[in-house]
Ligand binder design. Sequence first.
Ligand code: MG
Length: 377
Amino acid sequence: MKKVIVLGSTGSIGTNALAVIEALPDRLQAVALAANNNWKLLCEQALRFKPAVVCIADAAHYQDVQRELKSSQVKVLAGKEGLCELAFQTEADVVVTGITGAAGLAPTLECIRSKKTIALANKESLVVAGPLLTRLAKEHGAAIVPVDSEHSAVHQAIGSTPYKAINKVTLTASGGPFVDRSKEQMAEATVEAALNHPTWKMGPVITVNSATLVNKALEVIEAHWLFGVSTDQIEILVHRQSVVHSMVEFVDNSVVAQLGVPDMKLPIQYALTHPERCVGIAPKLDLAQVGTLTFEPVDQERFPAVTLGYRAAYEEGSMGAVFNAANEVAVGKFLARQIRFGDIIPIVEEVMAKHRVVQDPSLEQIFEADRWARTEA
Ligand code: MG
């Protein structure tokens, strides 16, 4: 039986993780749940899964959660400190880090310090603090198993092969809702159009990031840190069917790909049950019904975010944090209808151009770079 902490339990990763946990009652048990501000759903989940502890990050709802759970055995924490306490103190085998954005970094580091396996769904934590996080994970002997579908695919393709036998990692991209639009059409795209993703159902920020391909840019940085590959060993291919989740070319030119129905429950289950495999709830892939799989190069002229992602991965240090922070601000402004879709990436590019990279940054220097980039953006 594995004890599981779910950080971000009310989001799309979190609810899928709980569905997997519920489907595997002999293998998985939720021992702690944390949510940002959806306190009603958090309470429902707490009553259903009976974890030892929950945390509501938005401390304004602490009383609501207390009241709702007062007749249960569940301990209630609140705020950023509560989140870190829950992450560090709770005895658990594996943690699903499903908190979007830079906010997930501190609790992820606490999980590493307490030697828990990280089922990493918060790609921003690696993007923002790749050098720090991978060094700490090594020091504390905490394994990182990616949940992001592409990186889960790469992890599965690599298996027990040493990383030095990797020639190239190919990340596939659905292309997002604007894959066939011209630069001019994209510049004026509405919030509604950007939120209409063809294959994956996700939160608003990550869905906009899929439309700009910032999501893929973040995944380049993520792959760089997870698998120790340099930027010229990472390739992106547009693959509209989202069936091949990614692939690895080894030094002997053999290419191994992982395929499956586009459903997050599969990579979540893989991360939670790794290194074992078991019958689960992900649907079966019917390749005869899919029929055709297509692959195209990505057009960096129309999707300049990709170029910025490679640059941030190449420059390392604090640049990932700056890329992520500037993008979060710009996407927030777009969702609030204060800027155009076509303004998002130029803002990020300008902030990156002004940034002086700090190599091997401390956590404080990372937060400083993050704050600086937000103000600049
Ligand atoms: Mg992904």
